[in-house]
Design a protein around this ligand. Structure first.
Ligand SMILES: [Zn+2]
Length: 359
């Protein structure tokens, strides 16, 4: 069955096992195009859900303090990165107006914080929350300040990270979490393999994201030369997780058990995106959902049906086009779809209803 706009749940964000095939589209530019068009809107919606969790937990609006980072962001990424091993959207501290208290290898100051908190999709088809404290090489003094801020409240942080199954890795090797920030590590949530549905993300990824946000904030403040507020954030997170939901619950023998259980279940965080600002439109990518994009590209031999240029041979970006546009009642049936290069697709948009195949 072809999903239609009418039957589509606008809140649904799901990843199917076949979505990993996007990483294996042979033509690099087409692959880049589909990776961006397919994953970015979905990851942006996820990010907004997680940002809502940050607001609830800490009373901080992350969009006020951070900017959104995308990869692969530019066409030049495609040329430089031959094999796009991952796609991500995440947060990084914004503003570049003052030199930061973090140094490059050559001793010059960073303009932007080197810390990133990311929702990563890897090419095997899995989602993961990743905190990269030093996305770029930083000076040892900054690392030590970071590590000292974390060490100061290790009892809480360590327990929190253990609870959310956060691990530290350096180039694929697991190392003990404690002390790991002194090296070029990343802190990661467990991998959540496709297929995943929204309930799975909220359960398994939102709490790691919210917990790791406290470290992103710490890195940002230290980089600006301010004091860490990590202890306050951790207290706020714990208090929020322990807050009774429907009725007043006084201190009692059950309290400890309850607080652990609540904190471990991110259902305490908002489960919907009501009230969130504008969300990316997913419907235009719904056709891609069935893996039909791949079917069409393969049927047409990765060649534009208009000018016969090939994606792999000529390096053109290929789109899957509706012959009769949706706006005029065109369906997602295979017979209504054709492969076009970006140029032909653009030229076609003014003269709708043009079949360029000899079907
Ligand atoms: Zn063409």
């Amino acid at each position: 069955m072809i999903p239609t706009a009418a039957s589509a749940d606008p809140d649904e964000i799901a990843f199917e096992a076949i979505d990993a095939e996007i990483f294996r589209i042979p033509d690099l530019k087409t692959r880049l195009n589909v990776l961006q068009n397919y994953f970015f809107p979905r990851l942006e919606r996820l990010l907004r859900l997680f940002a809502e969790g940050v607001r609830t937990a800490y009373g901080i609006d992350p969009y006020e303090h951070m900017t959104v980072a995308y990869r692969p962001a530019h066409r030049k990424d495609a040329v430089r990165v031959k094999d796009l091993g991952e796609v991500y959207i995440g947060l990084t501290p914004g503003r570049g107006d003052v030199p930061l208290h973090v140094l490059h290898d050559d001793g010059t100051a960073f303009k932007y914080s080197p810390s990133y908190l990311l929702i990563v999709v890897n090419s095997e088809g899995a989602l993961q929350i990743v905190f990269r404290p030093y996305y770029y090489a930083v000076d040892q003094a900054f690392r030590e300040r970071f590590e000292a801020a974390v060490e100061e409240c290790w009892d809480s942080i360590g327990a929190l990270m253990e609870m959310t199954r956060i691990a530290a890795d350096v180039a694929g090797s697991w190392i003990p979490l404690r002390g790991s920030l002194l090296g070029p590590c990343q802190w990661t949530s467990p991998l959540i393999h496709f297929p995943v549905s929204e309930s799975a993300w909220l359960g398994l990824l939102s709490f790691p994201f919210v917990a790791l946000y406290s470290l992103l904030d710490t890195g940002a403040r230290l980089a600006r030369g301010e004091n860490s507020r990590l202890p306050e954030l951790i207290e706020a997170l714990k208090a929020n997780a322990e807050e009774p939901t429907d009725q007043e619950v006084g201190p009692g023998p059950d309290e400890e058990e309850k607080s652990v259980r609540t904190a471990a279940e991110p259902s305490a965080l908002p489960a919907g995106d009501d009230g969130s600002p504008v969300l990316p439109e997913l419907d235009s990518y719904r056709m891609i959902r069935d893996g039909k994009w791949y079917q069409i590209l393969a049927r047409d031999n990765f060649t534009c049906c208009g000018c016969r240029r090939s994606g792999p041979k000529d390096g053109v970006v290929l789109h899957v086009d509706h012959i009769l546009p949706r706006s005029k009642g065109g369906t997602d049936e295979v017979a209504n779809l054709q492969t076009l290069c970006a140029k032909c697709n653009l030229g076609k948009s003014n003269r709708d209803n043009t079949r360029l195949t000899q079907a």
